[in-house]
Design a protein around this ligand. Sequence first.
Ligand code: MG
Length: 404
Amino acid sequence: MALTITDVRAICTAPQRIPLVVVRVDTSEPGLYGLGCATYTQRFLTVAHAVDTYMKPLLVGKDPTRIEDIWQMAMVSPYWRNGPILNNAISGVDQALWDIKGKMANMPVYELLGGKVREGVRVYRHADGKTLEEVGDRMQAFMEDGVQVVRVQWGGYGGNAGGKMQNVNLPPEGACEGAYYDPLQYQLSVTKLFDYIRNRFGFGIELCHDVHEHLDPIEAVRLARELEPYRLFFYEDSLAPEQIEWFRIMRQQTCTPIAMGELFNNPREWTPLIAEKLIDYIRVHTSQIGGITPSVKLAHFCEAFSVRTAWHGPGDVSPVGHAANIHMDLALWNFGIQEWSGFNQASLDVFPGCPELRKGYVYANDKPGLGIDIDEELAKKFPCDERLPQWTNCRRPDGTLQRP
Ligand code: MG
């Protein structure tokens, strides 16, 4: 009997209080199934619905070993494509199929991708705080744990310190609620932060910073120049995807290394930035672009232009998605760095087999496939919060909504 897909379904859980979507693909061989990450936290119910109502009927009866063909078919079947909802649903299936293929081959996925080119995956951690000392103390704790690269942020993205920033300019009467921040005060605070960190720790540690598209393009260019003396590892998402043409200007103006792409959905967004050598690190959210299959192609494309990978790895990637990233990181020669947000105990319990961080490097286990499982009964004890996110309601001093 030929092997076929018998079921495809979404599992939603939030062991770290962040809604996650995991896809399970079952096959006609008893006990042979795969898991994939389809997490789009802010609209998780819609992705789960797409998996259950469209992916399942599309895939039941198909051969699970035909990963490329299934990926292409899932992408064009709805005719309209490259949107975040369906890309995540496709990713859940794609990663699960790689997991299944690894189990069939009795090999970890990194072996299927060509084998290890490194033993561990170097990661960066995120140090935030309301005061400079707090940021520095958190950074010191990471350094004592062996972490070699830290992303430093003073007061959250845009420097608004949890919405309590003292704006120089007050909003107009009757202004909307929101996460207010002041672009000028933010820019000034970033150079102050880097000055403090380099004075306290010197240059024995690598530093990143995430602008999170909080600045106008010319402001982002100016800040990149001002940060040059502090020798950043990279300067992250300084422009909104709608403004990527500005990277041509930024590249001519500064040698601060540039990382971009966690919001990208469409190959047309990253292709010019890579082909024109305008960025140094591509940091797509790998489930957002459709899983392992397109991410490996993207990494190989980057290799020809000396662009390295830095896959997005926040809390709104499931442990299954983190495992998929780590397997790719182990096998891709032009890997650069991996963002690592860490797991709480509940995540470790719900997802047996999580990759492990030790002394600045993350290690995959050597089990077949992605090496990670889900305890579905336990997952039910951590239901997802269906409220809309508030942090995306980000506003400038005059009350104008800003991209978050
Ligand atoms: Mg980011």
